[in-house]
Write a protein that binds this ligand. Structure first.
Ligand code: SAH
Ligand code: SF4
Length: 433
């Protein structure tokens, strides 16, 4: 979502005459878009700001150029004042719901006045109605935010505080943006939301729609090749969405469905409001309509009060589901969240041991999944040049990264590849047509 927001902020500065700079040293304005989800991500912001201070000072001394530094995103939202105290060279602090005001803030900056501008409101208007109509160039795949914010208040999570309450854009606004993206080169869309499947927007018929219905509508756009969505919450996996996986060819057979823990006691303490069995049942329902769906998830180890037995429940759940990929984290106590104040915090070395064991299992599952794809054929959309020399890069319908030889002119085209080698983090293949 930050990648999407960054693109939109960039779009919003185009009418002011700015264009994207390839080199940090040439930039007149530097926007750093930040993440507050875990402490590590948050702390990175301050080290990055130290680096940017030097860039700013150098431009002033050597070229008499006043570089403006903007901090956007969820760290800006949560720690706006703190940022301007610790890094007084920052000019603007703007939150995730007010970045449509960035051009105004930039225009308001007075070069002779050393005051900072901070805008971290939760405004009554939605930014989506005020972002410029015109969007910059996009690649073969693009993000499209359909839903934002969260009302679920898991006890470990800052999102409801930094992104605000749940909001769904209307189907009309989403379809319009999808058409614009398609006409600027996009063939595959990833629908985004903090809980994307909690999307309940105004439909084209004036009734409220769910995500399954929206996906069906988007699939009717002829130039659109493929649709994905992320991140989903187990409580919002309704039948319409599950059935879309069976009925909509353009929807990939892949689901990222976080559970965080396999222990009901911990799930309860996390305020997830479902059990491990509820989660397993959802996946059974999905696999009964679309057998080959690849599963992904998020896990947190070392939540306060997690015992060896609770952790073993998580390992058992992972063994039961079988993941094609997953994200896993050590619990990070976030200021202002209920779990941060709990007394039974798990020791750091225990968290590290558990994370290692969990990741070994998830890595083994991912490797087996990739290995199993050897000699399979996939139709893929060529996204970019690969990191490795002349190889091209794409994603399979199961979201694996796949590399193959081919000319750069194939970027943005659809090719059929045959997998020759399944490795830990990617596949290698040959184009067959
Ligand atoms: N809405 C999604 C997740 C959004 S946050 C859901 O509810 O499933 C993305 C992921 O970050 C979470 O799934 C969780 O695994 C991780 N995360 C969030 N807060 C965290 C914290 N305090 N410590 C460690 N991981 C955290
Ligand atoms: Fe955070 Fe997701 Fe829970 Fe919302 S549902 S509070 S985004 S983890």
């Amino acid at each position: 979502m930050n990648a999407y927001d960054s693109d939109r902020m960039k779009d919003s500065l185009l009418p002011l005459g700015y264009q994207e700079s390839k080199d940090l040293q040439d930039a007149d304005i530097i926007v750093i878009n930040t993440c507050h989800i875990r402490e590590k991500a948050s702390e990175k912001v301050f080290s990055e700001l130290g680096r940017l201070r030097k860039v700013k000072e150098r431009a002033a001394e050597q070229q008499n150029r006043q570089v403006k530094i903007v901090v956007a995103g969820c760290v800006a939202q949560a720690e706006g004042e703190e940022i301007t105290k610790r890094a007084p060279w920052v000019d603007i602090v703007v939150g995730p719901q007010t970045y449509h005001r960035l051009p105004d803030l930039v225009a308001k900056l007075d070069p002779l006045d050393r005051r900072h501008l901070i805008d971290t409101d939760f405004p009554p208007e939605t930014k989506f109605d005020f972002l410029p109509e015109k969007i910059g160039k996009r690649g073969p795949t693009a993000f499209l935010s359909v839903q934002e914010g969260c009302d679920k208040f898991c006890s470990f999570c800052v999102v409801p505080y930094t992104r605000g309450s749940e909001f769904s854009r209307s189907a009309k606004a989403i379809i319009n943006e999808a058409k614009k993206l398609i006409s600027s080169g996009t063939k595959e869309l990833t629908l985004l939301g903090q809980n994307v499947n909690a999307w309940h927007g105004d439909g084209l018929d004036g009734k409220e729609w769910g995500l399954g219905r929206l996906i069906r509508e988007l699939a009717d756009l002829p130039e659109l090749y493929r649709i994905r969505y992320t991140t989903s919450h187990p409580l919002d996996m309704d039948d319409e969405l599950i059935n879309a996986h069976a009925e909509v060819d353009k929807l990939i057979p892949y689901l990222h469905l976080p559970i965080q823990s396999g222990s009901d006691k911990i799930l309860h303490a996390m305020n997830r409001r479902h059990t491990a069995l509820d989660y397993i049942r959802i996946i059974e329902r999905l696999r009964s309509v679309r057998e080959d769906v690849a599963m992904s998830g998020d896990f947190i180890v070392g939540f306060p009060g997690e015992t060896d037995k609770d952790f073993a429940d998580t390992i058992n759940l992972i063994n039961k589901i079988g993941y094609a990929s997953a994200y896993s984290f050590k619990y990070s106590a976030r200021p202002g969240t209920p779990a941060a104040d709990k007394s039974e915090q798990v020791l750091e070395h225990v968290k590290s041991q558990r994370l290692l064991a969990l990741q070994q299992l998830l890595d083994a599952q991912q490797y087996a999944f990739n290995k199993n794809c050897e000699s399979m054929e996939f139709e893929v959309l060529v996204e970019r040049k690969g990191l490795k020399g002349s190889k091209l890069n794409a994603r399979t319908p199961y979201m694996q990264s796949v590399y193959f030889e081919g000319s750069e002119s194939l970027i943005g085209k659809i090719v059929r590849v045959k997998v020759s080698d399944g490795r830990q983090n990617s596949l290698f293949a040959e184009i067959i047509s």
